[in-house]
Design a protein around this ligand. Structure first.
Ligand code: PLP
Ligand code: COI
Length: 356
């Protein structure tokens, strides 16, 4: 892929801010390219981070034909930059594209575009514990209201420095279990990273917030019995400090890259690991008795996020005295040490970008 690099006047470049939250500050440049059936992907460029010009009839604004990804760049102690398993994000992007009837992007070219963008914007990668969040996305751009797959698309990648996703930082978060509403069903789009899944979760997310919870844990849509995942992360349960269990990839949850990494690292650290269905009532009884010794979420934005309590049917279930447990602590350390290049990566998960 030939990428045009559009120059920006230095007076138009924003300085890198010292303070940022999650997802509200963006680097000066973005990558974009367009798709049409006759030209395929074309007009690849790295240019200013700026608004798109879209007609009000644009398909994505009405029928949500959209996909996205989330990965991060980490500042290593030697000043260079690590990406963490980015090729998995490229693969998942195309899986999501397929499910949403969108054209595939060449995975190598997609990663190359990200590498070039970060090489130019390397100053935007903050020092640990912050990181640079990378958000690739694709939207349907036909200006037409018929309900069918668009002919044209825009693929873009934006970047921004981020801190902790949760206001709690690496401290336990309160999680609400929805007993009425469902997020995804097998055969639906739950295993694709598409905006509609998140839009459908917002109503319950707001309800959870009014009750004092940060996130929603979703149950399966058929029986409302089995645990699926949290709004922005997969979920893991620790039994008696020894066994780590996460729900299987049923087709209705996102196949998380952090989830996959946690399973591998936990096994190598000597924990028993299993992907098996988690019955919500049994799990809550386990929390009550102490058999479930820890619960934590895992995801790119969330990293490892200990869960302090569950709210379910107006009852509170406090986990591990609302403390960070040793398994979450150990996995957080192990994972972030590899991501930030503080220890050797035994898995070949990191890709280094040399800063010259
Ligand atoms: N589940 C959902 C719904 C998510 O949005 C995310 C975040 O990407 C995850 C799980 C975790 O996936 P990953 O570890 O690949 O970031
Ligand atoms: C991520 O972890 O990258 C996500 O996409 C989660 C969220 C910010 C939607």
């Amino acid at each position: 892929m030939e990428i045009e690099i559009v120059s920006i006047e230095s007076a138009d470049l924003k300085p890198v801010p010292k303070e940022f939250g999650f997802g509200n500050v963006f680097a000066n440049r973005m990558f974009s390219q367009h798709y049409s059936p006759d030209k395929g992907w074309h007009n690849a460029k790295i240019g200013p981070y700026e608004p798109f010009s879209l007609y009000p009839a644009t398909a994505v604004l009405h029928y949500a034909q959209e996909i996205f990804e989330g990965t991060k760049a980490y500042r290593r102690p030697d000043g260079n930059i690590n990406l963490f398993r980015p090729w998995e994000n490229m693969k998942r992007f195309n899986n999501s594209a397929r499910r949403m009837a969108m054209p595939a992007v060449d995975e190598e070219s997609h990663l190359e575009a990200i590498l070039q963008l970060i090489a130019i914007e390397h100053e935007w990668v903050p020092d640990a514990p912050g990181s640079l969040y990378i958000r690739p996305a694709m939207i349907a751009s036909d200006p037409a209201l018929g309900v069918h797959a668009s002919d044209t698309y825009i693929h873009f990648v934006i970047l921004g420095p981020v801190g902790s996703y949760f206001k709690e930082g690496f401290n336990p978060v309160p999680v609400y279990i929805s007993d009425t509403y469902r997020r995804a069903v097998i055969g639906g789009t739950g295993d694709a990273k598409t905006g509609g899944n998140y839009a459908a979760s917002l109503f319950v997310g707001e309800e959870a917030k009014t009750k004092g919870y940060s996130q929603v844990l979703w149950l399966d849509a058929i029986e409302g019995r089995y645990v699926e995942e949290v709004g922005a992360m997969n979920i893991c349960f620790v039994y008696e400090g020894k066994k780590l269990v996460t729900p299987p990839l049923s087709g209705s949850i996102l196949p998380g890259i952090t989830r996959n990494s946690v399973l591998r690292m936990a096994a190598d650290l000597g924990y028993e690991v299993a992907e098996e269905p988690v019955d919500v009532q049994e799990m809550l009884a386990g929390v009550q008795s102490g058999k479930v010794s820890e619960v934590f979420g895992c995801g790119t934005a969330a990293v490892i996020a200990p869960v302090g309590k569950f709210g379910y049917k107006d009852e509170e279930h406090v986990i591990n005295n609302y403390d960070v447990g040793p398994v979450a602590q150990r996995l957080y350390q192990e994972l972030t040490d590899i991501q930030f290049g503080r220890k050797e990566d035994p898995y070949g998960w990191t890709q280094m970008i040399e800063v010259k």
